[in-house]
Design a protein around this ligand. Structure first.
Ligand code: FAD
Length: 296
């Protein structure tokens, strides 16, 4: 069994049994990428386009829910152009160049990240992360159809690995039970809580920024401008910050700084989230909650 750790937004690579699972000896792959998030998929696409055979193992059958990383910069879009998936990103994304900063209710600063004409891509687009990942996978599918050597295996969780002189051997769990494979090169793109780093006994040195942010994706029809709006000490979240971004599909991303010492489940209570959103928008605007989370 491979237990899901999160709910999927798009089921893009359902589990399929593969001959490796019935092989008498583990099959050797040139490159195995563990983790099919945006980083793993983009890397697989890049390698595959260069005719480097690559196998992606991901422990889910699609991309996770929630806007998460919504702001994609011009440089990222240029890389997506090189990988062949820039157009759908820009076609779906909400453009913005202008940001406004408020203290309380007073605007104290505004900036334009792309004040000159003639650039192919905007300074930023806002796009929910599931779309970003979906467009990369769709380009992988096109490249596969054109014969590029990229394989995605969903619901394949790497549970153990051993390093040898010239290869790595992997234990992989699937809905049909475990199997083994080998790789000349293994690349870990399995996220911030990387289990591969854990298997290798590697730490993740760094510093935790001691704060929490409530993220609320809401759906509403509103005429707020397509700008990044950031508040210090707004009346609706005193002593903290807040952020508002427009996303595709009439979904808006609201971030509320909460502070470090919070009761997470109380903060995620729907009534409490709605009250915070009401405080920001006022009573006149109707909205639906699409997704909420707390980001540390
Ligand atoms: C609640 C939340 C809010 C966020 N908000 C923002 C934001 O506002 N702005 C921003 O820039 N970023 C945000 N992020 C961070 C952003 O989502 C990540 O930076 C991004 O997803 C990292 O991409 P990745 O490809 O490195 O890893 P991930 O997207 O984490 O992908 C890793 C993949 O590896 C798979 N995996 C893990 N272990 C194994 C294993 N053993 N075997 C096989 N597969 C495995 C996972 O299922 C997953 O599909 C947020 C993240 C969360 C969770």
């Amino acid at each position: 069994m491979v237990d899901p750790r999160y709910r999927t937004a798009f089921r893009l690579y359902p589990y399929e049994r593969v001959p490796d699972q019935d092989a008498s000896a583990p099959r050797r792959h040139k490159v195995v990428i563990v983790g099919g998030g945006p980083i793993g998929m983009a890397l697989a696409l890049d390698l595959g386009r260069r005719d480097v055979p690559v196998l992606i193992l991901d422990d889910h059958d699609g991309v996770g829910q929630g806007s998460r990383a919504i702001c994609f910069a011009k440089r990222t879009l240029e890389i997506c152009d090189r990988l062949g998936c820039g157009d759908p990103m820009v076609g779906k994304g909400v453009f913005w160049n202008l940001g406004r900063v408020f203290e309380g209710e007073e605007e104290i600063y505004a900036f334009n990240l792309l004040p000159e004409d003639g650039h192919r891509r905007p300074a930023f687009i806002n796009l929910q992360q599931p779309y970003f990942e979906k467009f990369i996978v769709e380009e992988i599918r096109r490249q596969q159809a054109a014969g590029k050597p990229i394989e995605i295996r969903g619901c394949n969780r790497v549970t153990a690995l051993r390093q040898h002189r010239d290869h790595v051997s992997l234990d992989i769990e699937t809905p049909d039970g475990p199997y083994r494979a080998e790789a000349n090169w293994l690349i870990a793109t399995d996220g911030a809580n990387s289990s591969v780093r854990g298997m290798l006994g590697l730490g993740f040195e760094g510093r935790t920024f001691e704060d929490n942010f409530l993220i609320a994706d809401i759906r509403m029809n509103a005429n707020f401008p397509t700008e990044r709006r950031f508040w210090f000490d707004p009346p609706f979240n005193p002593g903290q910050t807040a952020l508002m971004h427009k996303q595709p599909d009439d979904v808006w991303r609201l971030d509320f700084q909460l502070g470090w010492d919070i009761d997470r489940s109380a903060e995620l209570d729907e009534g409490r989230v709605r009250a915070r959103v009401r405080g920001m928008l006022g009573d006149a605007i109707d909205f639906d909650l699409v997704w909420t989370s707390i980001y540390t």
